[in-house]
Design a protein around this ligand. Structure first.
Ligand SMILES: NC(=O)c1ccc[n+]([C@@H]2O[C@H](COP(=O)([O-])OP(=O)(O)OC[C@H]3O[C@@H](n4cnc5c(N)ncnc54)[C@H](OP(=O)(O)O)[C@@H]3O)[C@@H](O)[C@H]2O)c1
Length: 240
């Protein structure tokens, strides 16, 4: 069988780390984008999979960092089967329209969640389209749904995920004509440290979320659709 190559962003911990671990178990060669070299989980995984895990320093908010990642990946492999844009940040979730909003922080959230995902896809789309799988998975959120929006705040996060969904549609429109696909996934309410502390109200663990996501996008043939599929981790469609 031909080698299968995947790249996952935001892989130091949380859903991204579990996606990397699962993909390695499934036999993929995985590039794991990491932002914090102080974290140790990926290094521990590297001991188990020394030949199939490459850890790359990657800040998806930075043009230079993404360009460097592209250089490393392009020198190493001829194609990428699966790109998972997972990295994301939350920003403020406490303020409403009557509060003083921090627009600089909001720009940072938009730069990472919306533009960062596009930045990485822009760097790797040609490599993805050289593979037989041609699959891009964008980890978005139910928070990006305009149709079912009930929050009164979380401005940057919700806006960035809605924009992430839009860029997914634009990319999908282009690559589906060449056999490619973008799938947008809401990973569930996952017990990670996105809020700065372990989210104890969460419904599922990152291990469960990652396993369900990969089952969904890899284990059965996804239908070819005009718009990207926008699904939760259990395969339930979300309102755009
Ligand atoms: N947890 C949930 O309930 C939930 C719900 C809906 C959607 N999501 C989405 O699921 C994805 C994974 O989130 P998670 O829950 O696993 O949270 P997480 O544990 O915080 O994971 C996100 C990862 O992205 C990294 N990251 C932050 N900024 C980055 C940048 N500029 N470049 C590259 N990496 C960066 C984070 O690093 P640092 O921690 O060092 O900043 C972290 O390793 C995110 O896109 C999130 O929006 C999560």
């Amino acid at each position: 069988m031909m080698n299968q190559y995947a790249l996952v962003t935001g892989a130091d911990h949380g859903v991204g780390f579990c996606l990397v671990a699962d993909l390695l178990e499934r036999g993929y060669f995985v590039f794991a984008g990491r932002i914090n070299p102080e974290e140790k989980l990926l290094e521990q995984l590297k001991e188990k999979f020394p030949d199939r895990l490459e850890i790359i320093l990657l800040d998806i908010g930075s043009d230079d960092s993404v360009a460097e990642m592209k250089r490393i990946v392009s020198e190493k492999v001829p194609y990428i089967n699966l790109l998972i844009n997972n990295a994301g940040i939350l920003g403020d979730i406490s303020k409403s329209i009557y509060d003083e909003l921090d627009f600089e922080e909001m720009q940072q959230v938009l730069n990472v969640n919306a533009l960062g995902t596009l930045r990485v896809t822009n760097a790797l789309a040609a490599l993805v389209m050289k593979s037989n799988q041609k699959l891009i998975v964008n980890i978005s959120s139910e928070a990006g749904s305009i149709g079912q929006c009930e929050r009164e705040g979380w401005f940057a996060y919700c806006m960035s995920k809605a924009a992430n969904n839009m860029q997914s549609a634009l990319v999908h429109n282009k690559i589906r004509k060449e056999g490619g696909k973008v799938v947008i996934i809401h990973p569930g309410h996952v017990a990670t440290y996105m809020r700065g502390h372990l989210d104890r109200d969460a419904k599922i663990t990152p291990e469960e979320s990652a396993a369900a996501i990969l089952k969904l996008v890899l284990d059965k043939e996804l239908p070819v659709t005009e718009k990207p599929l926008y699904l939760d981790y259990q395969g339930e469609p979300l309102v755009w």
